[in-house]
Design a protein around this ligand. Structure first.
Ligand code: IDP
Length: 135
């Protein structure tokens, strides 16, 4: 298996709940290494650009409002199979459908406020890492 990098965001709901450390611990215990990290207040433009692929979706305005509602922690995680591994640790988009023991099941309230983001493919990971951290 290849060593990959993926972009993770601890979203405003999880930051407000004071569970940054618990979430990072899950990544570390799974063998993923945090190789870059920044706490950031996203602007409307930052959030709109990041989620540009969703701009026609009915939830886009709510998503941008939520992602700018407080600080987030943006990280690059590195490890074997990091992209799929992170998605497994996160659980389903809707926390009500997320498997037991996943981050969203344990820390998220709703599909809107669902604790974490993770790149869903190698192409997304490349774009998203460059979006926040440059080349
Ligand atoms: P993902 O975060 O699991 O990859 P995406 O489909 O890429 O899910 O959606 C991006 C984000 O948009 C989700 O994490 C969630 O916060 C929000 N979202 C997705 N679908 C809905 C919906 O049907 N209603 C409200 N928010 C949604």
């Amino acid at each position: 298996m290849a060593v990959e990098r993926t972009l993770s965001i601890i979203k405003p709901d999880a930051v407000a709940k004071n569970v940054i450390g618990e979430i990072v611990t899950r990544f570390e215990k799974a063998g993923l290494k945090v190789v870059a990290m920044q706490m950031k207040q996203l602007s409307k433009e930052d959030a709109e650009g990041f989620y540009a692929e969703h701009k026609e979706r009915p939830f886009f305005a709510d998503l941008v409002a939520f992602m700018t509602s407080g600080p987030v922690v943006v990280q690059v995680l590195e490890g074997e199979n990091a992209i799929a591994m992170n998605r497994d640790l996160m659980g389903a988009t809707n926390p009500k459908e997320a498997a037991e023991g996943t981050i969203r099941r344990d820390f998220a309230e709703s599909i809107d406020a669902n604790a974490v983001h993770g790149s869903d493919s190698a192409a997304s990971a490349e774009r998203e890492i460059a979006y926040f951290f440059g080349a």
